[in-house]
Design a protein around this ligand. Structure first.
Ligand code: AMP
Length: 729
């Protein structure tokens, strides 16, 4: 049997650790050179691949074939670097790094690595976690679990400092990111993450950038060197910045020398106060996030037991000094910030696996922390290490694109709230209207984050297949279940209400262009939303309609209105009479009785006797702002005077998503009817005594929301028709 290890796959350094059962504590496994951490730098030299310090030295002295910091691009499939015409993705590079760590551990311990826990930043999205797992697989590692870095750090700390109910704030400032996580030690050896927050654009590199500017202004002030005049000055200042920062972690004054062919030589010093002043706002951003996290939990600094510092940038002295000033606690560096994460992962590899929960957030226990018991014996430590059960929370909420309650815009409807303890499963029901067939499809867009659909991370697009139609035309209820597994990876299942099997899902590529979700929902959804039906009926009242034809038309229109009474929701109807003028007989109204009265009030020649006008402008104005499906039904006999103008006006309706059905009889022009209608199939040519029947059919088809007869596909975009049930009722 081999060993189980914890691996911190860091942006700048990586480390491996194992639980030493004799000592009862996790210990770092140094590499073959005796180093406890290995720089995450790779150099390709012909067929040789060099990893670690040698590659880092080569990188710093500008040798070719070197690459580093690839973790920052984890999850992207793009080629991160090309060496000797071979492209390497972040996954491939991370796999090389992980394989190196595995090989080193096996060489040093003489044992095979059986299983590993690999750490990831708490803020990692699904695709970054998935890429990490892929890299581990490529490296030949069996991964028991991914664990969030702050949780791992708290685990390492807890072995020696277990105090039930203690609340530990893990302040993690790395090279490119900042995270703060609140963790509580609970009875039964549980370490529970309560909440996590972060700024993923804030890290050591921002301090470096400030120092770069400081060095540049000193060069100008002290030696008259400007970046405009000497372009190499900027790169030289940038290279010096990190070393100045590191010097200032132990000294009050850092000295630096810059040289290049461009500007010659420049020597200066930077004091700690200058550095602190130039970077204070960055530091302040971190404590503001800490305070926001506390206030979201209704806690204050006094409710915190300890602050644990993790991440290379916490070595800057300003971090502990300012945290102490704000919080009153002296931050702990009990565990080496470079090693804590790997040590915690080595404990996690032995932890029991928790069960799925239903979207519960980490709960705060208000008991006072028990007293720290002082030195802990080996046996107790081992017992602690083996029985600690860490629980992570998900940093990001998970939701689906849906239509807002007022039907006007797209929203990100949360299904799993952020900070739910993982693993977690949550479901939400949505209703939508299917086509008439029994194999309706629906598209769902899965989002991570709580912002609008366009601002959130789209992590998946699926087509749900085989949704059954309700014969009574009721909306179909579909339940979407999202889950985060222990690795923080997401999963989706969809089930139709009343059925006992999951629906088939086909994963589609996530579209690059999501801009349609920035449009008002009605624009994209008008053709597919039956929740609200809006119909304007326009009837020809020219002289040729006198007598029997108009009587039949009015009868047919009233019949149509009666049919709408069975339609779900509150249909709205408007009436227009057209001849030489277009007259609005009744504006859109949901009072169907009133509508019938308006229809019956239509008189022969009320708008003239000839066919000089068309009703499309009125139809468009009446339906333009209506929410839901919008129809114009135009009944005409004869030929209109300005048919091209009428066709243009009808097309404007089509473009707005207003469907036009043209019904003609008598001497009506068949081609013209087709031109004004939304589709060929939507124009009808009927006999005068068939009008009632025709209107009945139209009402039925509109009422059934069936795209079948109206020439539409049976596939609709889920987002265009979904409403969360809670939203609309
Ligand atoms: P990490 O991502 O946790 O490996 O942290 C890397 C960051 O820590 C980089 O920005 C480093 O410049 C910074 N760092 C490492 N050592 C020190 C130090 N002694 N003083 C200040 N910053 C440091």
């Amino acid at each position: 049997m081999g060993i189980k290890i914890g691996i911190d796959l860091g942006t700048t350094f990586s480390a491996a650790a194992v639980l030493d059962k004799r000592k009862g504590i996790p210990v770092i496994i140094p590499n073959r050179d005796g180093e406890r951490i290995t720089p995450s730098v790779i150099q390709f030299q012909g067929k040789n691949v060099i990893v670690g310090s040698e590659a880092k030295d080569a990188y710093e002295s500008g040798e070719s074939g070197c690459t580093s910091a690839f973790k920052r691009s984890m999850g992207s499939d793009e080629v991160y670097c090309t060496i000797d015409s071979v492209g390497y993705t972040p996954v491939k590079l991370s796999a090389i790094m992980l394989r190196h760590i595995k090989n080193e551990v096996e060489a040093v311990t003489g044992e095979t690595v059986d299983e590993a826990v690999v750490t990831v930043p708490a803020y990692f999205y699904h695709k970054e976690r998935s890429a990490t797992l892929d890299a581990a697989r490529l490296a030949g590692l069996k991964v028991k679990q991914l664990i969030n870095e702050p949780t791992a750090a708290a685990l390492a700390y807890s072995i020696d400092h277990w105090r039930e109910n203690a609340r530990i704030m893990v302040y993690d400032l790395g090279g490119g990111t900042f995270d703060v996580t609140l963790i509580q030690m609970k009875s039964g050896g549980k370490i529970e993450s309560l909440r996590t927050k972060g700024d993923h654009t804030l890290g050591g590199k921002d301090w470096d950038a400030r120092l770069t500017s400081l060095i540049e202004s000193k060069a100008e002030f002290e030696a008259g060197l400007t970046v405009n005049e000497y372009p190499q000055l900027h790169n030289a200042a940038m290279r010096a910045a990190e070393s100045v920062k590191k010097q200032l972690s132990t000294k009050n004054i850092a000295s630096l020398r810059l040289s290049s062919e461009d500007f010659g030589k420049f020597k200066t010093e930077i004091g700690i106060d200058e550095f602190n002043k130039a970077t204070f706002d960055l530091l302040k951003r971190t404590t503001t996030l800490c305070e926001q996290l506390l206030s979201e939990l209704n806690l204050s600094w006094n409710d915190i037991t300890d602050i644990l510092l993790v991440g290379g940038s916490t070595r800057m002295r300003q971090v502990s000094a300012f945290l102490k000033e704000r919080s009153g606690h002296t931050p702990l560096m009990h565990v080496n910030p470079d090693e804590a994460v790997a040590l915690g992962a080595a404990i996690c590899v032995w932890s029991p696996q928790p069960e799925y929960n239903k979207g519960v957030a980490g709960s705060i226990s208000h008991e006072n922390p028990s007293k720290h018991t002082g030195r802990v014996g080996t046996e107790t430590k081992l017992h602690n290490a083996l029985s600690i059960m860490p629980s992570d929370v998900c940093a990001h909420a998970m939701g689906v694109i849906a239509v807002s309650a007022d039907g006007k815009k797209y929203i990100n409807k949360t299904i799993v709230p952020a900070n739910s303890i993982i693993p977690v499963k949550c479901a939400e029901s949505f209703h939508y209207y299917t086509g008439e067939k029994d194999d309706n499809e629906l598209e769902i867009y899965m989002l991570q984050g709580e912002k609008t659909p366009l601002e959130s991370e789209v992590i998946g697009k699926y087509t749900v297949c085989g949704i059954k139609h309700d014969p009574k035309n009721n909306p179909t209820v579909v339940s979407i279940q999202y889950s985060y597994d222990l690795n923080g990876m997401v999963h989706v299942q969809v089930r139709q209400q009343g059925k006992n099997a999951d629906l088939k899902l086909i994963e589609d590529p996530v579209p690059k262009d999501m801009s349609k979700f920035s449009l008002p929902a009605e624009k994209v959804t008008a053709s597919a939303q039956p929740q609200q039906l809006n119909v304007v009926m326009a009837v020809d009242v020219s002289g040729s309609m006198n007598g029997y034809p108009l009587k039949e038309a009015k009868k047919a229109m009233c019949h149509f209105v009666d049919k709408l009474r069975n339609y779900p929701g509150t249909p709205q109807v408007g009436v227009v009479a057209v001849s030489d003028r277009s007259i609005v007989v009744m504006k859109l109204d949901s009072d169907l009785n009133k509508c019938k009265i308006a229809i019956n009030s239509i008189e022969e020649e009320m708008a003239g006797i000839l066919n000089g006008a068309d009703p499309f402008e009125d139809i468009r104005r009446m339906l333009r702002n209506a929410v839901g499906r919008r129809w114009g039904i135009v009944l005409a006999d004869g030929r209109w005077d300005d048919q091209p103008k009428a066709v243009r006006a009808a097309k404007m309706c089509h473009e707005l998503g207003i469907d036009i059905v043209g019904i003609g009889f008598g001497t009506a022009d068949e081609k013209f009817l087709k031109d004004i209608s939304s589709g060929e199939i939507e124009s009808m040519f009927v006999g005068c005594n068939e009008l009632v029947e025709s209107f009945g059919k139209i009402a039925q088809e509109i009422g059934e929301t069936s795209p079948k007869r109206l020439g539409r596909s049976n596939k609709v975009t889920a987002v265009s028709t979904w409403r969360a049930i809670g939203e609309t009722q």
